[in-house]
Design a protein around this ligand. Structure first.
Ligand SMILES: [Zn+2]
Length: 340
């Protein structure tokens, strides 16, 4: 809560501080940035999770980045980490998680126009719209059940069955975790919400053909687990299995000559043993988290900063805030992630 309030006030004040100062005080001029989707129309599977940025705002983000930073691709990052090749000063690396269809329809054409490389992280279980991630199910259910005027009294028994607290439709459905996905499926069946029909009609995810075209255009792809669990809720062998099998899918279908991985949700609580198994120049040279501008003691694990928030902040607000937050954390020596 304190962090939320601080970030909110930084969105207000930080734009007055010149970016050159922020970079020089922080000593950080590399930014890794990620998004999920960009869209001008409402996406029911994302609508209740965060505010999706539109194309005009996305172009504004990119123009801001291009004005103050220089884009680098995955290969340059790997060279910088393993071969001591210096990144250009003020570099930024762009990536997109979850393999959503807008990556092909909206994002890739804009990036091509502006000459910006990017890496896209896919969940192997969802490519070709085979299934819907549980968080997207929750958002879609909120939308559909609200329209159907389903009452809290009708929903409460489902949550009691799973011994979950239940206050209202939205907070209840958003509180369901990965291992409780069956609850979302049971609610969908009971109130005739058809996830399969949604996947077929809306096609929220990329298909193989689109991915191949994007690879042909020079974009890079990595894995994001099979079905988007929270890694710190899995044991080590399941974490490794989710990672290796999702990457094996990419290798099998797209013959990628490289491997890279971005953690679904968060890498918080993931042990050093996971990285010992996964990370390395001959294995996964780079893995990515989403903890913002932060350092890692583990070589090859890089933290990214998410541009999607509950408000549609300007790129200047978002990036200046992230720098200010980094500088504040550095006073308390909270800028490095240590792992056991
Ligand atoms: Zn994700």
């Amino acid at each position: 809560m304190l962090k939320k309030a601080l970030i909110k006030s930084l969105h207000f004040f930080s734009s007055n501080i010149p970016l050159t100062w922020l970079k020089s005080i922080s000593g950080q001029d590399f930014l890794a940035i990620f998004y999920h989707s960009i869209s001008d129309s409402e996406l029911p599977h994302l609508k209740h999770l965060y505010r999706v940025r539109g194309t005009a705002l996305f172009e504004k983000d990119l123009d801001y980045l291009l004005k103050h930073f220089r884009p680098v691709g995955l290969a340059e990052l790997i060279d910088a980490v393993y071969h001591n090749k210096k990144l250009p000063s003020n570099a930024f690396f762009l990536s997109f998680d979850d393999g959503l269809a807008e990556c092909y329809h909206i994002i890739a054409p804009i990036l091509k126009k502006k000459g910006i490389p990017a890496t896209f992280f896919l969940n192997s279980d969802f490519v070709d719209n085979k299934a819907l991630m549980f968080r997207y199910k929750a958002s879609y259910l909120i939308e559909e059940l609200t329209q159907k005027q389903v009452s809290t009294a009708q929903l409460a028994p489902f949550f009691h069955q799973y011994q979950l607290p239940f206050l209202d439709l939205k907070s209840g459905l958003l509180s369901v975790r990965w291992h409780q996905e069956a609850l979302l499926d049971a609610i969908a069946v009971a109130f005739e919400v058809d996830f399969k029909a949604f996947l077929k009609d809306q096609k929220p995810y990329l298909n193989q053909e689109q991915i191949l075209q994007m690879i042909g255009d020079g974009f890079t792809f990595g894995s994001h687990s099979q079905n988007h669990p929270t890694y710190n809720s899995l044991d080590l062998s399941s974490q490794i299995e989710q990672t290796l099998l999702s990457q094996a899918y990419l290798k099998q279908h797209f013959q990628l000559p490289y491997q890279t991985f971005a953690f679904p949700f968060t890498d918080s609580g993931v042990s050093k043993a996971f990285f010992d198994e996964i990370l390395g120049e001959e294995k996964f040279p780079l893995t990515f988290g989403g903890a913002g501008l932060k350092h890692e003691v583990i070589k090859g694990q890089l933290q990214r900063f998410g541009m999607e928030t509950q408000q549609l902040n300007t790129p200047k607000q978002l990036i200046h805030t992230e720098y200010c937050y980094y500088i504040i954390k550095s006073i308390f020596r909270k800028n490095t992630i240590y792992r056991n």
